[in-house]
Design a binder for this molecule. Structure first.
Ligand SMILES: [Zn+2]
Ligand SMILES: [Zn+2]
Length: 271
């Protein structure tokens, strides 16, 4: 199993999980041509994508989801609430999933996980393929025991680390937007992400963590890594993480069978 995050943040999210039995795209919040170009750079044919899983209806996760599904005859997998919000046109195959119910999808086992966010029926995911497991949860205002339990088997955990609370309060956003982001149905801040990772580490298992959906206005990779690491140090579990990577807004980061993350400069020009 190889996991490649093409982009992460409010300007677009798309992660490709590739296996010998086909690929799964998790969110399609980039233009079609950008997804096609990134897939081509990785040597993945779009025809090998078996499904597009959509976490929720916000456009930074869905820009080209319907178009890709229609053009390449790929089923769209999402909760009923998300499918309804997306207003899927006729001719697009859809598979409705439910938080907490594991879905067998080809060689994949997909567990959608309920998250707290201001969308119709948003979810994260734990995806299994053979012995490999990855969990992804972005766009959530708080984390809970359900999420923690669902992520237990993940070797790679992709968790939102949206903002530094102090930076959010000082940035140029309106008071209403700040309140929305910081709310229980908004976005996780760095300390919340770090605390989640510390709780996950309590089982002594080694994992890789990717910090996702970093705010342009109220976070930086350096700040996110520093905050998350200080929380892990406080809980004395920093060593549980093989590596922690703050995902760039638009640069592909790959995790593969060697369980190492590396960054590829696949983007020809900034879009
Ligand atoms: Zn988002
Ligand atoms: Zn969202």
């Amino acid at each position: 199993m190889r996991v490649a995050a093409f982009a992460s943040g409010s300007t677009g999210n798309a992660t490709l999980i590739t296996t010998p039995d086909g690929a799964l795209l998790y969110d399609a919040g980039l233009p079609q041509r950008a997804i096609a170009a990134q897939c081509a750079s990785l040597g993945v044919a779009l025809s090998s994508i078996r499904g597009v899983f959509v976490s929720h209806e916000h456009t930074d996760h869905t820009t080209s989801a319907v178009a890709l599904a229609r053009r390449y005859q790929i089923p769209l997998i999402a909760t009923m609430g998300t499918l309804r919000a997306l207003k899927i046109p006729a001719g697009v195959e859809t598979i409705a999933c439910r938080a907490g119910d594991t879905l067998a999808f080809g060689a994949f086992s997909i567990l959608p996980i309920r998250v707290s966010h201001d969308a119709q029926e948003p979810v994260g995911i734990t995806l299994r393929y053979g012995e490999r497991t990855v969990s992804i949860a972005t766009d959530l205002g708080e984390w809970d025991q359900t999420l923690l339990d669902a992520c237990r088997d993940a070797e790679l955990i992709i968790i939102e680390s949206n903002h530094e609370r102090e930076h959010l309060m000082q940035c140029g956003y309106t008071a209403a937007l700040k309140q929305r982001i910081a709310s229980r149905t908004g976005h996780l801040d760095n300390v919340q992400a770090g605390t989640f990772l510390a709780h996950l580490a309590a089982d002594g298992k080694k994992r890789t963590a990717w910090l996702a959906h970093l705010s342009q206005e109220a976070n930086t990779a350096t700040v996110a890594l520093r905050s998350v690491t200080s929380v892990l140090k406080f809980h004395q579990c920093e060593a549980q993480y093989r590596s922690i990577v703050a995902l760039p807004r638009q640069k592909t980061v790959v995790w593969g069978d060697a369980q190492r993350s590396f960054q590829l400069d696949l983007w020809a020009d900034p879009q």
